[in-house]
Design a protein around this ligand. Structure first.
Ligand code: GCB
Length: 589
């Protein structure tokens, strides 16, 4: 390092160039509660440049140095203002054909003006950037974030000026030690694909708050937890006008906790009642709409508000043909509407945290949700750094959505081989989820034990609900194994069939035995439904999947880069035959 320093052009020789940036790591601990607050949007056109060799980071372009110490100009390899403009939020893959397959670093930069309006704190929020984000403000690194689907918050109070340049380097490279790792069955979109915003706050503000029914209180107790940014003693106020609630909550060392008796009308998919909730402390106020409901398991049953339920679900990726992962609000509403029309009461948001907008809209529309972190397939389970990353993504997700009534399940992973190191890793996550949020259920989508042909995953001991993915009739054409698998299994908890399905090209017809036809998909759905209906411990299903999605692993003449297990075509314009099987099944359930 010393040698390199004395060398002309250090940056081209230093392969440890990332170290000084990754030290600025930001995590769930840096999050602030931003829902129900006023924000200013930095969305819109940003200057953009693909940075294949990471030269921005290596050569410290953020410093914008253009002269040596004697005042002589040297040539620069960048020109922020001259770069092309791309819209934020978006995925670069869908912005231009030549970026479609690009994985690596890209630079987003823009300027903004800021004048203080009396606020004491200023935060920058970025909803998500896949996978790493290096955030710079006014020639300084201000944060580094790992995890492609959760938000990051940066306190810029002491760095924001009247004229500002914000630059975010996003790196979408897949790596063995990341979560997810190298291999997934979905497209690896890169980009700054969720909202970028500025939040102005007073000196003392509500860093986090959580409000929910107390489990087992007969729906009569509401508990509220408040955390301030300072460890001070003071008072906060909770108002829920429709319930006649106006309570003072005493805050000790920055924390407040109170149980309030009330009998709210309960949130449910049939009647997604939300209350206007207002929490304030000194000069800070949060106002948002929140629902109250209780979700529990007893034996092999699931209860919503004390009533036994069956989760009539569908799985869904966060994707659209046009926008990739940067799906728009209209698209989220469309997806939830399609699910409702199919008589669903539940959706599995696979395989990573979807935007917080989805849970908000699901709160309003009345759809229960399974939310998941991307501990998917082969993960570096022995690596403590990978575990920290997964833990952090889980905590960021839980913190973000903890007041969404629609969210009933946190899932800690999908289809991971049942090894000792995986068990340690995922047990850890399941315990974390429970500790962070005892009011919801913890699950994971597990594999069937194919050797013994039974459901027998050691992780089950740490889960409230066992998710099972099975593709009998499709990957395993011997459908008869499914009924025997259910008979062979010794089950003491509710089971959800978190996936089953088959590929079908919309409009492609044939016999029940012709692969990739709608007819074969329909036949498999009929057999699945018939078998599953007869199994008492199965308390929900989320077939794979609402609509076809991009997948770099699928290249036969029918797939052409798409996973075709959707009940709708990729543009959601065509319904496949299996759609009606599910719609009917749910109507009768
Ligand atoms: C699975 C995975 C899902 C895949 C699906 C498939 O088990 O969980 O991500 O897309 O199978 O189509 O093979």
């Amino acid at each position: 390092m010393e040698d390199q320093k004395s060398n002309y052009q250090e940056n081209i020789h230093n392969e440890e160039f990332k170290l000084k940036y990754t030290k600025a790591n930001i995590t769930y601990e840096d999050m602030i509660y931003d829902s129900g607050r006023e924000k200013e949007s930095l969305n819109g056109y940003w200057n953009f440049c693909i940075d294949q060799y990471d030269t921005f980071l290596r050569a410290e372009w953020y410093k914008e140095e253009s002269r040596d110490d004697k005042g002589r100009d040297f040539p620069l390899d960048y020109d922020f203002e001259d770069w092309e403009k791309v819209f934020v939020p978006s995925c670069w893959n869908t912005e231009k054909p030549e970026y479609f397959y690009y994985e690596g670093s890209a630079i987003y930069t823009r300027t903004f003006k800021y004048i203080n309006r009396g606020e004491k704190k200023v935060f920058l929020k970025c909803g998500a950037a896949n996978y790493e984000a290096y955030i710079f403000l006014n020639k300084e690194i201000i944060g580094y974030h790992k995890g492609g689907s959760t938000p990051m918050f940066l306190d810029i109070t002491h760095r924001v000026q009247m004229y500002n340049r914000v630059t975010i380097v996003v790196n979408s490279t897949r790596r063995k030690n990341q979560v997810p790792a190298n291999n997934t069955d979905w497209y690896n979109y890169g980009g700054l694909y969720r909202d970028v915003e500025i939040i102005r706050l007073p000196e003392v503000f509500i860093k986090n708050f959580n409000i929910s029914l107390v489990n087992g209180s007969n729906f009569k107790d509401i508990k509220i937890k408040i955390q301030l940014n300072f460890k001070i003693n003071c008072e906060a106020t909770l108002k829920i006008p429709e319930l006649g609630i106006k309570n003072i909550i005493s805050i000790k060392e920055g924390k407040g906790y109170e149980i309030i008796q009330s009998q709210p009308k309960l949130w449910s998919p049939e009647d997604p009642k939300l209350y206007r909730v207002e929490v304030s402390c000194q000069h800070d106020v949060i106002k948002e709409n929140i629902g109250f409901r209780e979700i529990q398991v007893k034996g092999t049953d699931i209860y919503l508000n004390g009533k036994e339920i069956f989760l009539k679900g569908i799985s869904c990726h966060e994707e659209s043909v046009v926008n990739g992962k940067a799906i728009k609000e209209e698209e989220i509403i469309e997806n939830l509407k399609l699910a409702k029309e199919m008589n669903c009461n539940y959706m599995r948001l696979a395989h990573y945290p979807h935007t917080e907008k989805t849970a908000k809209i699901a709160d309003e529309m009345g759809i229960m949700l399974w939310e998941e972190i991307p501990v998917y397939w082969a993960i570096d389970f022995d690596n403590p750094v990978t575990l920290m990353d997964a833990q952090n993504q889980l905590k960021e997700l839980i913190t973000r959505d903890s007041n969404r009534a629609s969210v009933i399940i946190w899932s800690v992973g999908n289809e991971n081989a049942d090894t000792n190191s995986r068990l340690d890793f995922m047990r850890n996550l399941a315990i974390t989820a429970k500790e962070e949020d005892p009011t919801r259920l913890v699950s994971a989508a597990c594999l069937v034990d194919h050797v013994e042909n039974k459901i027998d995953d050691r992780l089950a001991d740490y889960l409230d609900i066992l998710g099972i993915n099975e593709y009998y009739g499709w990957y395993d054409p011997d459908f008869e194994k499914l009924p025997s698998c259910f008979i062979n299994s010794n089950i003491t908890k509710p089971v959800i069939i978190s996936e089953f399905g088959a590929d079908a090209c919309a409009g492609y017809r044939g016999t029940y035995d012709d692969l990739f036809t709608e007819d074969m998909q329909e036949d498999i759905y009929k057999k699945q439904i018939k078998t599953i209906s007869g199994v008492k411990y199965i308390k929900g299903i989320s077939p794979w999947i609402l609509y076809d999605f991009r997948c770099p692993r699928r290249h036969n003449k029918i797939q052409r880069g798409y996973n075709l297990k959707g009940l709708f075509s990729r543009d959601k314009k065509q319904k496949k035959l299996a759609y009606y099987v599910i719609q009917q099944f749910y109507a009768n359930k």
